[in-house]
Design a protein around this ligand. Structure first.
Ligand code: MG
Length: 159
């Protein structure tokens, strides 16, 4: 059996924060506000994986009211989720994700981001596809006030 899960996240951007995406720091003049590192891409992938596994959502597993998650790398969440998925006898077939941001240009950073995310999940980077979109200058994303990501994950029952 194959199961698909969807994930979405959005964070507001602030000048006093680092931009972390896919566990990597991207040079930029703003970064996401958030209890953790505000990594929208990793958060969307976490929720897609949890959804496919029928395990709820990231807020349930790693509540932002819990001080142990303050400022942690979101790759820690991803690694922990991969362990919980494997414990349910499920394997990751594929992940596809879109980062929606007006700036900066993300394409050049995707190869390293894929490596970083795949390492946290203990999967080959080929199973992970990343895409970028602008918001065509409209709304809060288009004005550079926010950054968002969508992800879909496919899992199958381990043989
Ligand atoms: Mg988030």
């Amino acid at each position: 059996m194959t199961r698909a899960g969807i994930g979405y996240d959005l964070h507001r951007l602030s000048p006093d924060r680092k931009l972390i995406l896919g566990g990597m720091e991207i040079p930029f003049d703003k970064g996401p506000l958030g209890h953790s590192d505000g990594d929208v891409l990793t958060h969307a992938i976490c929720d897609a994986l949890l959804g496919a596994a029928g395990l709820g959502d990231i807020g349930t597993h790693f509540p932002d009211t819990d001080p142990q998650w303050k400022g942690v790398s979101s790759l820690v969440f991803l690694r922990e989720i991969s362990v919980r998925i494997a414990a349910r006898n499920l394997t990751i077939v594929h992940i596809d994700a879109i980062v929606v941001a007006e700036r900066p240009r993300l394409g050049p950073h995707f190869p390293a981001m894929r490596e970083s995310l795949a390492r946290a999940l203990s999967i080959p980077p080929e199973l992970l596809n990343l895409k970028a979109k602008t918001h065509e200058g409209t709304g809060e994303i288009g004005r550079g006030e926010a950054i968002a990501a969508h992800a879909i994950a496919t899992l199958s029952d381990a043989k």
